[in-house]
Design a protein around this ligand. Sequence first.
Ligand code: ATP
Ligand code: MG
Ligand code: MG
Length: 548
Amino acid sequence: DKPISSNFIRNIVIADLESGKHKEIITRFPPEPNGYLHIGHAKSITLNFELADEFNGRTHLRFDDTNPTKEEVEYVESIKEDVKWLGFQWEALYFASDYFEEMYNRAVLLIKKEKAYVCDLSVDEIRQYRGTLTEPGKESPYRNRTIEENLDLFERMRKGEFKDGEKVLRAKIDMTSPNVNMRDPVIYRISHTSHHNTGDKWCIYPMYSFAHPLEDAIEGITHSICTLEFEDQRPLYDWFVRECEMEHQPQQIEFARLNLTNTVMSKRKLKKFVDENIVDGWDDPRMPTISGLRRKGYTPDAIKSFCRAIGVAKNNSVVDEQMLEHFVREDLKLKVPRVMAVIRPLKVVITNYLEGQVEWLDAENNSENPELGERKIPFSREIYIESDDFMEEPPKKYFRLFPGNEVRLKNAYFIKCNEVIKDDQGNVVELRCTYDPETKSGTGFTGRKVKGTIHWVEASNAMPAEIRLYEPLILDDEEEEGDTFLDNVNPNSLEILQGYVEPNMKEAMPQDKFQFFRHGYFNVDTKYTTKDRLVFNRIVSLKSSFKI
Ligand code: ATP
Ligand code: MG
Ligand code: MG
């Protein structure tokens, strides 16, 4: 049922199966639990899980938890929940930290092969010695320590005899390599920090570039898919697999990361929004996190369709966020009921309608999908309409309500505006209208036509509802290095309105989705909705100029 589009990674997999290089495809999704997953991760998750699944392989969910200072159990739990919610089932759960002992042993093996040494240079000195793209590196004065000395120092690093930063273990490769990554990279650092999984067992931790290839090799990963920034690290990845004498050789393949217009896509930056209280948590509906998209009302199908459609490429590009919105509209169009909600209410009194009478009118739930059935909506002497649907002095071609004009109330009657009531400041607070009983919707009335149809909600039965409208969190498209993105925060990213919805919404539960006639798609908020107060998040408006 899901369309499979060909891509260069899939072609590699097919070739490897045909040549007999691999019998089974094993991919992995390896998040570092230092934040919540975002839509970029969804691209990687969809790619890895669907690729393995297509060829009856499997996918590991692996927590790349080798940096204890930034990692937390809360993130581990949220990541599991998000992957599951997207609809993917991991074969088994892995933690890189479970391999610390094995990684340590492989590092000892490197020392014994004279391929690693303990270095006392500081972080800054190491950086200076490393050189640049145009300038070769300089060898560390500690590079030629004996195997015995290195074994002894490394063991004492593990035992906690040294302070953070006093010593590191480095691979001994080539300080003149044109690839800066090969100039004796650090593979272990000292950090006297408790780890969410191993507690205080370790005070030395492996660096990502050393740990990651070993994790892949230990788990028998066949295709290790990562983003393009790691292309220059591939020689180092292969070096570690080879020199550590791993039996299995995974293949690293790079693809372009997802970037979206008007969207910050880095856990570090997203954490800033949370820590600075610019949003109300990682799952704020303005966040591009999976949990934020879920709370806003996005569906797993919409997200996965989007991820498949953007494809897998070798060059970085920026995808228009409207493309993501396009897929949620497509997904919800036939699935959710279309109901009436007034988000900026203006009261209308229908003066010729009997006081105290309520009649129940028929309304179809989705004009494009009759399977969703019908519902009854009340009508009476007092209703709310959208204040935007009235103008006292309308411009030309304004077909909605104005003094003397007649419009159709959707699913009900024609009404005509006769009188405008204002408060002391001159604001319009109420309209007096008359209705024509002959024009009832569904009766086939053809006596005369009106040009405008507006939505409404009957006042005495209406449910008050809070309506939350969103705009992008930041106004600038540029991904910047520092924290200047905080200067581009959109002051209008959230607008909170108090409106009314149909009484049928009494039964609505958090995460229920609706189309509000003329306003877009809305989701019942999971955080602020209570038993007697519905809060809706706008998922997306109805119209878009985006064409796929
Ligand atoms: P961030 O910079 O947002 O923190 P990361 O790459 O550091 O992202 P990881 O937890 O290391 O986050 O990522 C797990 C996996 O998700 C990696 O394999 C990474 O390549 C992939 N990934 C992360 N961001 C994107 C993105 N924008 N597009 C596609 N894949 C991504
Ligand atoms: Mg990372
Ligand atoms: Mg990162």
